[in-house]
Design a protein around this ligand. Structure first.
Ligand SMILES: Cc1cc2nc3c(=O)[nH]c(=O)nc-3n(C[C@H](O)[C@H](O)[C@H](O)COP(=O)(O)OP(=O)(O)OC[C@H]3O[C@@H](n4cnc5c(N)ncnc54)[C@H](O)[C@@H]3O)c2cc1C
Length: 335
């Protein structure tokens, strides 16, 4: 085994998914504490020379590529065979995967196949003299647990997009597709995939129609509802407030669980979106780490909670102790 740190470059229309840059940056921080470690990208797909070049960014020593017609898929059953074969061939110490829809399915599949450990939905990774600790919120987000993999390798970790900082932007006008000439590209044998079959048949790929709603990730203002917004009327008022402020509406997991919002696309936190607005307005949120790690890079945070001891106040610049519904109504009247 070597000390390499691998980062999966998921194919987003011919370019690595944005989380790749975030993980490469983190991997470079980690390597400073891991003697002789290299940072490597992993590219899987069909005709992926362009993707391999785009993954050859600064800070990446080697890009491992497996190119095969069967890898032109979102089928994690096939992709995990390719990824696991690469790991067996080159023995990295750490594998980082973005917890995107595909990555969140792929990472446990690879870990299971290799019988190694995976820390899912990490909010940080720390290298100490003795081990690699992956921080994962536990017990409803009340504690951050340190998860480490004692004996087996590689250590695998998945991380939501937006949890780690993005790389510094390249200088104005710098080429983004040219690749880094000092990065070595290694093409691995993929012929074994000819005989790999999957229980999944991909029938069609349909992309969601772009939503007219402001994307949480892009918004300058986010208005977020927590369980303390307990009535349908208050909930609608929080959404109306978001509309008035030209803000994106977000929520905690409570609303997804209650069925107030149909899916996780508006949820903020480890298993939802990460936001970094100029202003975050939160109503009736307790402050569980699963939620706060998705909003704690917001510039100014103002929250309302009727419990003056709510943990959310520790993550806020200004706090209002009071009833969320009443504060929202009062704000709406003012606007
Ligand atoms: C693996 C895993 C992943 C998770 N991922 C996420 C995630 O991505 N995002 C996420 O949000 N959660 C996530 N969770 C759940 C998370 O741990 C918390 O349970 C959740 O964030 C709590 O939501 P909440 O603050 O809305 O509700 P609660 O914790 O129930 O808090 C409600 C708050 O409202 C206050 N309140 C009550 N009534 C009023 C009122 N009238 N006016 C003002 N304040 C009031 C209360 O004092 C309390 O502080 C995850 C959990 C697990 C186990």
């Amino acid at each position: 085994m070597n000390r390499d740190i691998w980062v999966f470059a998921e194919n987003f229309g011919g370019r690595p998914a944005p989380v790749y840059g975030e993980l490469v940056r983190k991997a470079n921080e980690m390597r400073e504490k891991m003697q002789e470690a290299r940072v490597c990208g992993v590219v899987l797909g069909k005709d992926v020379d362009g993707l391999a070049a785009a993954a050859s960014v600064q800070g990446v020593d080697t890009v491992y590529v497996m190119d095969h017609p069967k890898l032109d898929t979102l089928d994690a059953c096939v992709l995990k065979e390719a990824f696991a074969a690469l790991i067996r061939a080159y023995n990295p110490e750490v594998v980082l995967v973005g917890a995107t829809a595909l990555g969140a399915e792929l990472a446990p599949g690879i870990a299971g196949k290799l019988k190694t450990g995976l820390a899912a939905h990490c909010v940080d990774i720390e290298v100490t003299e003795k081990r690699i600790n992956c921080m994962v919120p536990a017990f409803g987000g009340r504690v951050i647990s340190e998860i480490y993999v004692p004996a087996t390798r590689p250590v695998m970790a998945s991380v939501r997009p937006g949890i780690f900082d993005a790389p510094e932007p390249a200088g104005a006008g710098a080429p983004v597709t040219a690749g880094n000439p000092s990065t070595q590209v290694v093409r691995a044998d993929s012929s074994f995939l000819d005989s790999v079959t999957s229980p999944v048949e991909m029938i069609a790929f349909e992309q969601d129609a772009p939503s007219a709603d402001l994307r949480l990730e892009d918004a300058d203002i986010v208005v977020c509802a927590g369980r303390g917004v307990s009535t349908q009327e208050d909930f609608e008022n929080v959404k109306a407030l978001a509309g008035k402020l030209n803000a994106a509406f977000g929520c905690t997991r409570s609303f997804v669980d209650l069925g107030f919002v149909p899916d996780e696309s508006r949820m903020i936190g480890t298993s939802g979106k990460s936001v970094k607005p100029q202003l975050f307005l939160g109503f009736g949120i307790s402050g569980a780490a699963h939620h706060t790690c998705g909003m704690n890079k917001s510039k100014l945070v103002i929250t309302v909670n009727r419990d003056e001891k709510a943990r959310m106040f520790a993550n806020s610049d200004y706090g209002v102790v009071g009833d969320a519904g009443k504060v929202v109504s009062a704000l709406l009247k003012q606007l």
